[in-house]
Design a protein around this ligand. Structure first.
Ligand SMILES: C[S@@+](CC[C@H](N)C(=O)[O-])C[C@H]1O[C@@H](n2cnc3c(N)ncnc32)[C@H](O)[C@@H]1O
Ligand code: SF4
Ligand code: SF4
Length: 376
């Protein structure tokens, strides 16, 4: 079927699942069998993916070039990243190209490349989570705090244009919450030194342009509901103590929306009439958030780190064929619509559709999907 560029969609592609850190909050080394094998995505997979998007006019609001590893550790990072930025400059595939990094390998070559492409929308999250070497070591499981800070300072001091916008990120947890205030103060001063405007923010990072210091909520990857409750309280208190409003930033529109988004017509269907949308039970992942692991396998969201909902493999097929044509994707989508959770057990009880930066799917959008699917 013809691809649909849905509102708020985003593409995730893991460059590598290798990492030099071992963060206490990260799911990466928490005993998931599928994640034991480590490696780097093949360069040709990324190039073929981008070419396929160009050839089929497939667009995404965001392209997140990381999942469960440190993206700057990919040996061909510079080459891959500049291919993506060049393609985006010419074809406006993505509203923003995004990297989250622990900044250990933020080299001068990378800073030069960023300056070369300062007119292409990008967001870089620098995930530091501490203001002292001791706390840094506790959280990240590694040394090198001073080097990380120095790399980030270099990036700011040499920043030439609007992009990438910079987000200094601090995940609030038991071991570091008391360093949130010094963290905000330290990076505020650095932003001010180079006359870069910024705000401090909680829950999620709004818009596509401004710089931020971001206190991020910790998803409890261990410890279950009880620990999550404690972390949520700690998070709210830390936001309030640091003068950050405890609410969502509604109404902050995306500034750079890729061209080619469809107006979704409305036509009521019996089948959809049976779905209770008030429960927000239809997860948009099956339509809006294709997620590619370093192996080239494609699934529906970042929660599926075990690839239970795998729909195909970019080593064998094109992305456009997997996401919009494959029988497996169609089966998975039907299971989600019919709420047949036995066929998609990982979705049972998943909290992501209730989280603050979740992009939902509307009845109209689903209607449009059915129309396109039938036309095919
Ligand atoms: C898995 S990391 C991969 C990218 C890179 N290695 C980094 O840490 O920035 C992707 C993002 O997830 C965040 N993250 C990891 N574990 C988390 C958790 N338990 N709760 C919230 N965010 C988490 C990281 O801080 C980072 O922003
Ligand atoms: S640096 Fe990123 S990928 Fe590595 S362990 Fe920490 S959160 Fe996970
Ligand atoms: S319900 Fe959760 S696991 Fe299922 S597709 Fe959505 S985000 Fe992924």
């Amino acid at each position: 079927m013809e691809p649909i560029n849905f509102h708020g969609n985003y593409l995730v592609m893991e460059l590598t699942n290798n990492c030099n850190c071992n963060c206490s909050h990260c799911i990466r080394d928490k005993g998931i069998k599928y994640l034991e094998k480590k490696g780097n995505i093949e360069k040709r997979i990324v190039i073929n993916l981008i070419d396929d998007l160009v050839n089929n006019a497939i667009k995404f609001y965001d392209f997140n070039m990381f999942w469960l590893g440190e993206p700057l550790m990919h040996p061909d990072f510079l080459e891959i990243y500049s291919y993506v930025l060049n393609a985006n400059k010419k074809n406006k595939l993505f509203g923003s190209v995004n990297i989250h990094t622990n900044a250990h390998f933020l080299s001068q070559e990378i800073i030069n490349l960023l300056n070369e492409f300062h007119d292409v929308p990008q967001t870089w999250h620098l995930t530091i989570d501490a203001t002292s070497p001791i706390t840094y070591q506790k959280i990240s499981g590694t040394h090198g705090f001073e080097k990380v800070v120095e790399n980030c300072k270099q990036l700011l001091s040499q920043k030439e244009g609007k992009f990438p916008r910079i987000v200094f990120q601090f995940i609030v947890e038991e071991e570091n919450y008391y360093e949130a205030e010094p963290f905000i103060n330290f990076w505020s001063k650095e932003f001010e030194k180079y006359k870069l405007s910024f705000s401090k923010v909680g829950y999620f990072v709004p818009g596509y342009v401004d710089n931020f210091i971001f206190l991020r909520q910790c998803d409890a990857v261990t410890g279950g509901e009880e620990r999550q409750k404690k972390l949520n309280t700690l998070y709210k208190n830390t936001l309030l103590e640091n003068g950050i409003q405890d609410h969502n930033y509604e109404g902050k529109e995306a500034v750079f929306i890729p061209e080619g988004y469809v107006h979704i017509p409305y036509k009521k269907r019996k089948k959809l009439g049976e779905v209770d949308f008030s429960k927000n039970s239809i997860c948009s992942g099956f339509w809006k958030t294709p997620t590619i692991s370093w192996t080239g396998e494609v699934t529906v969201c970042q929660r599926d780190s075990g690839m239970e909902l795998k729909a195909g493999d970019l080593k064998k097929e094109k992305f456009s064929e997997i996401w919009w044509e494959s029988k497996q994707m169609k089966k998975n989508r039907n299971a989600m619509i019919e709420q047949d959770l036995e066929k998609i057990p990982i979705c049972n009880g998943c909290l992501i559709p209730k989280s603050s930066n979740y992009s939902s799917i509307s009845e109209n959008e689903l209607e449009y999907y059915f129309l396109k699917n039938e036309e095919h």
